[in-house]
Design a protein around this ligand. Structure first.
Ligand SMILES: [Cu+2]
Length: 246
């Protein structure tokens, strides 16, 4: 797993990771350029206007309009970056939920200190849940009397996904605020008790990635981790079959 992390950003493993990184590099590249230009200008001024026996500096003259050109350029760049780069990427990640027919739908329930994945199974329907049925063997309180629940798959700290198919996930929490974070997918979302928060991403790399909890959630926060296992569609189907009870 550690080969996913090097000196730079973690490996890009989702369809929108490249877009996000692109905007980061663009911002930092332009900031670096401005820094270098200003540094050279400052060195030039230090030498050109160093103390010498010439006329005194004038402090009262008007600032010419042209001296605002660098500021105006910066402002235009920043407005362009926000409205034409940042907001479209953000809207894509937050609003462009993939179609239900072409995606893998599941629920992820966070609790102190684990992630429980709930797949609807072959029927595509999530079984009924009842909080009074929750116990160590039934962390989600699935009602076995509900036929929809019989083929549901519950997996603790192990998120299996097929390659090349977007995942639609509904995040919820049993207790406190947690935060679902998979750096390689460039997704981080707070999980808030009482809310069902939708997220999506499309894995683009086969492999194993780490789910971390990015919100301090209690004494066991450090061990609230899970694995994402991105598999070929065939392997994912085999895993689904091996996990289906009936
Ligand atoms: Cu947590």
């Amino acid at each position: 797993m550690n080969q996913n992390y090097g000196w730079g950003l973690p490996v890009q493993a989702s369809s929108y990771a490249g877009k996000l990184d692109g905007s980061l590099f663009l911002l930092h590249g332009v900031m670096l350029l401005i820094f270098v230009l200003w540094a050279f200008y400052m060195i030039f001024c230090l030498i050109r206007y160093r103390q010498k026996n010439s006329s005194r500096a004038l402090y009262s003259h008007r600032t010419p309009l042209s001296s605002y050109i660098p500021d105006a350029l910066m402002l235009i760049f920043e407005i362009w970056l926000i409205f034409f780069v940042g907001i479209p990427i953000w809207a894509h990640i937050r609003e462009d939920l993939p179609k239900e027919e072409t995606s893998v739908a599941l629920h992820i329930v966070a609790e102190q200190f684990a992630w429980t994945m709930h797949y609807p199974g072959l029927d595509g329907k999530f079984g009924k849940q009842n909080p009074s049925l929750i116990n160590a063997d039934n962390p989600l309180g699935l009602d076995e009397n509900d036929p929809d629940s019989l083929d549901d798959i519950v997996s603790v700290n192990e998120l299996h996904l097929p390659l090349g198919k977007p995942a639609r996930i509904l995040l919820s929490s049993k207790d406190v605020i947690h935060s679902f974070f998979v750096p390689e997918f460039r997704i981080k979302q707070d999980v808030v008790p009482g809310m069902n928060i939708p997220i999506w991403f499309e894995p683009t790399k086969i492999g194993q990635f780490e789910i971390g909890c990015a919100q301090l959630c209690g004494t066991g926060h450090y061990r609230m981790r899970g694995d994402v296992i991105v598999q070929s569609p065939e392997e994912f189907e085999n895993w689904t079959k091996s996990k289906t009870k009936s």
